[in-house]
Write a protein that binds this ligand. Structure first.
Ligand SMILES: NC(=O)c1ccc[n+]([C@@H]2O[C@H](COP(=O)([O-])OP(=O)(O)OC[C@H]3O[C@@H](n4cnc5c(N)ncnc54)[C@H](OP(=O)(O)O)[C@@H]3O)[C@@H](O)[C@H]2O)c1
Length: 239
């Protein structure tokens, strides 16, 4: 996403928590593509850390036009293992942080409008998940946190208009993880009406489109090869 946005001319502020080296590599590539980029750390479990992020970006770049809420906690629990600890961790990272970042972007754009930049408009992309439209019992807290973010997508679109647009992008199975072998991943990726789920490039293209289309708000693009149309009894990592 960062590289696709830089290729489209955006100066990208790259957020990381633990993956500093990867963030710095991404910054170097983005800077080559669009002239400038910088990395910022923040732990989204911690409210003060989230609140510090937009001001630090504005201090470094002078302004901010968009936020892509992609960072996400994805830890397994289900109806048997559910706990307040798991729910709170997912809600803080996956729901609370995107809302706080949208709130901060809105305040920043409002300040610019008051300062005379009448056409200033911000945009938020919330990265969701096709599993919201195709639920199974796995990853209960994660799914609840993304369902809450999907509801916030609508509520924020109404509350922050006209200065900030809010758009959801819901991937299907896109990247593999330690829970899936490459062979299994490829087989599952092919299980969709289109015979393929989403690629990173598909998701990045949808994010670029959402950020650049000034008429979109309060809606979600499902970019998943149609996986949400098919019934899966378990999460892909459990199949
Ligand atoms: N992968 C898929 O196939 C798939 C499918 C559907 C939807 N999605 C959605 O697409 C997005 C990206 O997926 P992904 O697989 O790339 O995610 P991921 O690898 O599980 O996590 C992405 C990053 O989120 C950051 N993060 C997690 N908890 C954080 C916290 N408390 N504070 C700050 N950063 C935190 C981590 O950054 P650090 O490494 O720097 O700590 C992590 O590398 C997510 O929103 C996910 O729900 C993915």
């Amino acid at each position: 996403m960062a590289l696709a946005l830089a290729r489209a001319g955006w100066q990208v502020a790259v957020h990381y928590r633990d993956s500093r080296d990867q963030a710095m590599q991404t910054v170097a590539s983005c800077a080559e593509l669009s002239g400038d980029s910088a990395a910022f750390d923040a732990d989204f479990f911690d409210e003060e850390s989230v609140r510090s992020l937009v001001p630090r970006v504005v201090e470094r770049f002078g302004r901010i036009d968009a936020v892509v809420n992609n960072a996400s906690l994805f830890e397994h629990d289900d109806a048997q293992s559910f706990s307040y600890v798991a729910l709170e961790a997912h809600l803080r990272s996956n729901t609370g942080a995107p809302i706080l970042l949208s709130q901060a972007l809105h305040a920043h754009v409002q300040e610019r409008v008051v300062a005379g930049e009448e056409s200033a408009q911000g945009a938020v992309v919330n990265v969701l998940d096709q599993k919201l439209w195709n639920q199974n019992p796995d990853f209960l807290s994660y799914t609840l946190s993304k369902a809450a973010l999907e509801a916030a997508n609508t509520m924020l679109a109404l509350a922050l208009a006209p200065s900030v647009r809010v758009v959801g992008v819901a991937p299907g199975l896109t990247l593999t993880s330690h829970m899936l072998s490459q062979e299994k991943f490829e087989a599952l990726h092919a299980m969709s009406p289109l015979g393929r789920s989403s690629s990173s490039e598909d998701i990045a293209a949808a994010v670029c489109f959402a950020l650049e289309n000034r008429s979109m708000t309060g809606t979600t693009m499902l970019v998943d090869g149609g996986q949400h149309l098919q019934r899966f009894e378990r999460d892909f990592s459990m199949m």
